[in-house]
Design a protein around this ligand. Structure first.
Ligand SMILES: N[C@@H](CCC(=O)N[C@@H](CS)C(=O)NCC(=O)O)C(=O)O
Length: 208
């Protein structure tokens, strides 16, 4: 199994968390998102993912993109330890919280969006802070009712895989996490877990 990604890519980070949580062996192949106009835009990578994004999982000759599709693929191939709660409502909650990040926050502050905003003369950082804060306000309110040690109960789920990289991004954009106490508490708990340490951006071969 190969994971094409970038150390600070939040979507790649999610896939790394799931791979490490399930203790699956994989080769990490860096795709530099900035160098030479972005290696994600080179023909070699576009052949893996026509969207020109990371992550991409290569398995048995197939290329799979979209971190949540990768997470569900790994879950179906290797159901234990699971990244989805056993209870059907809690399972929906885990997917709901994951999608708040995946669809409601991350796309609005993705590299290509911020670069385009910069080209238009907009304040990229202010834009990113606005949409991360807006999404985290909602995520905090949702998490208050279902969080335990993790975002949904006490077991790691796909929602946690989405939370941690997004909190890292929020801090990069100088947002004060004190505004979201549940998210901050859960993030601190997850930060100590082996899978999350191994998956952390700063611990990747291409970090720098
Ligand atoms: N929904 C996608 C998002 C993928 C995505 O936005 N990847 C970013 C890095 S986090 C990327 O490759 N950006 C490159 C670019 O914007 O040029 C997923 O979950 O995989």
């Amino acid at each position: 199994m190969k994971l094409y990604g970038y150390w600070r890519s939040s979507a790649t980070w999610r896939a790394r968390i799931v791979l490490h949580h399930k203790r699956l062996a994989f080769e990490y192949v860096p795709v530099h998102l900035v160098r030479d106009g972005g290696e994600q835009n080179a023909p070699a990578h576009l052949a893996r993912n026509a969207m020109g994004q990371v992550p991409v999982l290569e398995h048995n000759g197939a290329f799979i993109s979209q971190s949540l599709a990768i997470a569900e693929y790994l879950e179906e191939l290797h159901p234990q330890p699971s990244i989805l709660p056993g209870d059907v409502l809690q399972r929906a909650r885990a997917r709901q919280l994951a999608e708040v990040v995946n669809a409601g926050i991350q796309p609005l502050q993705n590299l290509s969006v911020l670069n385009h905003l910069g080209d238009l003369g907009e304040d990229k950082a202010q834009w990113a802070r606005h949409f991360i804060a807006r999404g985290f306000d909602a995520l905090e309110e949702m998490a208050v009712v279902c969080a335990g040690a993790c975002l949904v109960g006490d077991a790691v789920s796909v929602a946690d895989a989405c939370l941690v990289p997004q909190v890292y991004n929020a801090r990069r954009f100088s947002l004060d996490m004190a505004r979201w106490p549940t998210l901050t508490r859960v993030d601190a708990h997850l930060a100590q877990l082996d899978a999350f340490v191994a998956a952390h951006a700063d611990n990747q071969t291409d970090a720098g």
